[in-house]
Structure formats: structure tokens, C-alpha cells
Design a protein around this ligand. Structure first.
Ligand code: UDX
Length: 469
């Protein structure tokens, strides 16, 4: 397919190469393409997207092309270690990026480049863009409230919140998760600076300001997002109005809030094949009767916790559709720990599913989620109440907002205990008021997409803004 005919401006987009970041960037790319821009995607070879799904985009593979470069030849491909690329490329990717951008800016047979849009965590790209006088917008794939809390990590650290934790390790690097939160009554107290949060939510983020790798990434991400020419969020104004006002007061860059799942699905940017074989079964289930379970693309559990989940599900007596990614259970290839006869007729287990389509299915009554931000927004988009089992990073913050601010879910905040799992599933499936609140939130979102609504206006002003460069 011809990529540039009739298209007079080009946008270069550079996602972080992980599923939770690739999905919203490609949804945004589809949206900008539909508005008349030509799209060039910069990507690592690691977690390469299926380019055949995007014949209308141009792809350039950068940063890890040289198999003999020892800096990345030995980086892990799986598990938490795969995140080490974020550290490495932020440190040493600038020259390669500048070289590729210079080629694009001087290309005679392509439309002129309006701007670069990168994931916010590619913080090294701001100085490269500045050196070429190229406007850089960022896509921030988590919530606005997460950004505000991350921006306050130095303050929260100085106030001593992180000293309550035994966990000095960096979970993204060692895969430990947050299981070392100590038993201390102060953990249940509110955080004065963010009253929705409890102290333990802050600790569960899993990293702090000091010289640990993830703390550095976050502080640089915040700094270079503030320095950018604009911030695009996968959200909508009615969900995060207060946070939007705070950010607009503190940061000069314009903000654009767009709930991507309402524009495009993530089917074509899925890095794993989506199993659809369960749909005939799902089609036969009564309305709001099935719990959909998925913990995103990265989270892992220990086998003993996995077994608590299994027992909690069995005891709930609810039907379920469970996405168990290969490797989700530490030390297992896939489903080895499952007891004979499970899941039986009441459930289906798949490796990966078309999540948005599943959430939109009328048989789905609740979503048991790790509270990744894409999953949270997708659930809000379909009006599905949640059971939240967050792991680290933004997820404990999302879970707290879902349960305590928007009241469209239950937070399983004591880890993996079968009785609590059973109770949470039963409660969410039976709670008609929570279902009603989820529906009202979805209706607000739908209204924001109509001409004159906040999300509609955000798309229009983003297009005008990019066109003005
Ligand atoms: C991570 C963080 O958790 C998230 O908060 C951050 O904003 C981005 O990086 P991840 O853990 O993978 O992402 O979770 P999530 O943000 O929920 O993204 C998962 C994506 O995979 C969603 O778009 C979801 O629809 C998709 N998915 C998940 C599938 O397509 N099929 C599945 O079976 C499961």
C-alpha cells in the first residue's frame, strides 16, 4: 500500500518495545494516519511488531541492529531482565537516533517531518530532538495521577515513606515484586500529599529516588516530559479532571487526553497470537456471568500464589476465562501446576486473548486484573467492574483509584489468599451498585467522544497542534 500519496506531513513515532507501551503507540499511530499524517515508526528489533499488519506505515529498526555489539548481544529476552534495554538505550542510544533522524529530515521522497512522538520513558530522545530543532511530543502510557505521584517520589522519599519498606531491591531488575512490605500500622495511613493513597501504596511502587536504575529512569522521564512540546495521555478528562488541572498549572506543554481503546483495538499490535477458540463457549454464557482474568504482558507469580488463585476461583463457583501467559507462573512453562480436572466446564484457559473484544462481550461480568493502565482504561471503556491484584509500578496506584476514588472495583490488597479471592469475586459479581457506577463512567466516556466532548476536542486539537509545526 502507498504510504505517502496525498499526505503532506509526516510524524515519526518511537514506542518503548513492550506490549503495554506498543499498544497505545500504535493506536495513536492509527489515529494520526486516519487524520491524514504519514507515519514512520522507529522500533528496536527486540519485540519487533508484525509489520505486515501495517503496510501503510514505514518502519525503521534502530538501536540494536549490530549482533556483535556486546552491550546488547547478551541482554535477556524474557522476564524482568528484558527491561534492561530501557536503561541501556537511554544511556547510549543518542548517536544512533540522531543519525536516523537526520536521514529522515533530509529525505527527499517523503513528506516533511512535523514532529517526533516518543514514549515518555525514552527520555534521552528530548535532547536529540532539541539538537535537531525537531518538536518532540511524548506519549505517557500511564495515568495522570501516576505521573503526579512519580513526580513526587523525591518528596515522598524525603518524608520517609520508603524507609518503612524492607525492600531495597529494584523489582524491575530482580523480579522480586513487592512481597516484602512489612506489617506496620502506619502503612494503612493516608498519604497527606495524595489523600486517596495509603502509605503502603507508595511502597508498592517498588522504587524510590535514589540511585537505583528505575528511580533514575522515572526522574528523567518526569524531567524530559516536562521539557517536551506536548503530552499525550491514554485517558479522558472526566476521569482525571483534578489531576489534569494540576498538570496544566505546573507544566507549560499542552496535554491531550485520548482514550485510545475507543478509537482502535490492539489486535494488530499484539506481540503474541490471540486465541479466539473460546468464543463459541463464551457466546453461550449468560449475560454478566463470566469473570475475565488477565495480568498483562509482564507480571509473574510464584506457584503457591497461582494455586491460591485456582482455589479461590473454584470456591467462587463462578465461570471464568483466564489468560495464563506462558511463563506467568515462575518455574513453569505454562500450566504444569494445575490440578487434574481444572478448569472443567466452568472455565477456559488461553495463552493470550483479544482482550478488548472479550471485555466488550456481554457475558463478561468482571475483570480480575493486575491493574496495568491499558487494562484499566479498556475495562472502563466497556463498563466492566474490576478485581484488582496489582504488582508494582503504576499498578498499585491504579488499583487504589479504581477501588477508592471511582469505586468501580475491589482491591485485593492482602496478596493471594483463596478466601479473599473468593469473596472479592462473589462481591464484584453481585454488586449492582458497582456495576451501575461502571456503566455511568462508561457513559461519561462515550459522551466525551461526541463532537464538542472533551476527548473529541483533544483529538482535534492534537491534529491542529501537530499541523502547526
Ligand atoms: C505495563 C504496565 O503494567 C502498564 O501500567 C503501563 O502503562 C504499560 O506497561 P502491562 O503490564 O502489559 O503493561 O499491562 P497493560 O497496561 O494492562 O497492557 C496489556 C495490554 O495487553 C493491554 O492493551 C491488553 O489489551 C493486552 N492484552 C492483554 C491482550 O491483548 N491480550 C491478553 O490476553 C492480555
Amino acid at each position: 500500500m502507498e504510504t505517502t500519496v496525498g499526505r503532506h506531513r509526516r510524524v515519526i513515532m518511537f514506542p518503548l518495545p513492550y506490549q503495554g507501551h506498543v499498544n497505545p503507540m500504535f493506536q495513536l499511530a492509527n489515529l494520526l494516519y486516519s487524520k491524514g499524517f504519514s507515519i514512520t515508526i522507529f522500533h528496536t528489533n527486540f519485540n519487533k511488531p508484525k509489520t505486515s499488519n501495517y503496510p501503510h506505515f514505514t518502519f525503521r529498526f534502530i538501536l540494536d541492529n549490530d549482533p556483535h555489539d556486546e552491550r546488547y548481544a547478551n541482554l535477556p529476552l524474557q522476564g524482568m531482565g528484558a527491561f534492561s534495554r530501557i536503561f541501556l538505550f537511554n544511556k547510549c542510544g543518542a548517536d544512533q537516533l540522531r543519525h536516523q533522524l537526520e536521514l529522515e529530515l533530509s529525505a527527499k521522497d517523503e513528506p516533511p517531518v512535523s514532529c517526533l512522538i516518543t514514549d515518555a520513558s525514552w527520555h534521552f530522545t528530548q535532547s536529540v530532538a532539541d539538537s535537531l530543532n525537531l518538536p518532540r511530543l511524548v506519549l505517557r502510557t500511564s495515568s495522570l495521577f501516576c505521573f503526579l505521584i512519580y513526580a513526587s517520589i523525591p518528596l515522598l522519599d524525603d518524608l520517609g515513606y520508603f524507609n518503612l519498606s524492607d525492600n531495597t531491591a529494584t523489582p524491575l531488575l530482580d523480579g522480586l515484586g513487592y512481597n516484602n512490605v512489612p506489617d506496620d500500622e502506619r502503612l494503612e495511613e493516608q498519604v497527606a500529599e495524595f489523600p486517596v493513597l495509603k502509605v503502603k501504596d507508595v511502597i508498592k511502587i517498588g522504587f524510590k529516588k535514589d540511585n537505583d536504575g528505575m528511580g533514575d529512569i522515572i526522574s528523567n522521564m518526569v524531567k524530559q516530559t516536562k521539557a517536551s512540546s506536548g503530552i499525550i495521555w491514554n485517558s479522558f478528562k472526566e476521569l482525571e479532571q483534578v489531576q489534569l488541572e494540576t498538570i496544566r498549572r505546573d507544566i507549560p506543554a499542552p496535554c491531550f487526553l485520548i482514550p485510545f481503546a475507543k478509537h482502535f483495538t490492539t489486535a494488530s499490535s499484539s506481540l503474541l497470537d490471540q486465541d479466539r477458540s473460546f468464543f463459541p463457549w463464551l457466546d453461550q454464557q449468560p449475560r454478566n456471568s463470566v469473570v475475565y482474568i488477565s495480568f498483562g504482558s509482564v507480571a509473574q507469580v510464584e506457584e503457591k500464589h497461582f494455586m491460591e488463585m485456582v482455589h479461590g476461583l473454584v470456591d467462587s463457583k463462578q465461570s471464568f476465562l483466564w489468560v495464563v501467559r506462558p511463563g506467568f507462573v515462575s518455574g513453569s512453562t505454562w500450566l504444569e501446576p494445575l490440578p487434574d480436572g481444572f478448569p472443567g466446564e466452568r472455565g477456559r484457559i488461553v495463552e493470550w486473548a483479544p482482550q478488548q473484544e472479550v471485555l466488550g462481550h456481554e457475558a463478561i461480568g468482571a475483570f480480575w486484573t493486575h491493574s496495568g493502565w491499558n487494562s484499566t482504561v479498556e475495562s472502563v471503556c466497556e463498563g466492566v467492574p474490576m478485581i484488582c491484584s496489582p504488582f508494582w509500578g503504576d499498578q498499585p496506584l491504579d488499583a487504589r483509584f479504581v477501588s477508592d476514588a471511582w469505586k468501580v472495583g475491589v482491591y485485593l490488597e492482602n496478596g493471594w489468599k483463596r478466601e479473599e479471592i473468593t469473596n472479592a469475586i462473589r462481591r464484584v459479581m453481585a454488586d449492582e451498585e458497582m456495576r451501575e457506577r461502571s456503566t455511568v463512567l462508561k457513559q461519561k466516556l462515550d459522551a466525551s467522544l461526541i463532537e464538542g466532548g472533551s476527548s473529541y476536542e483533544s483529538v482535534e486539537s492534537l491534529v491542529d497542534y501537530i499541523s502547526s509545526f
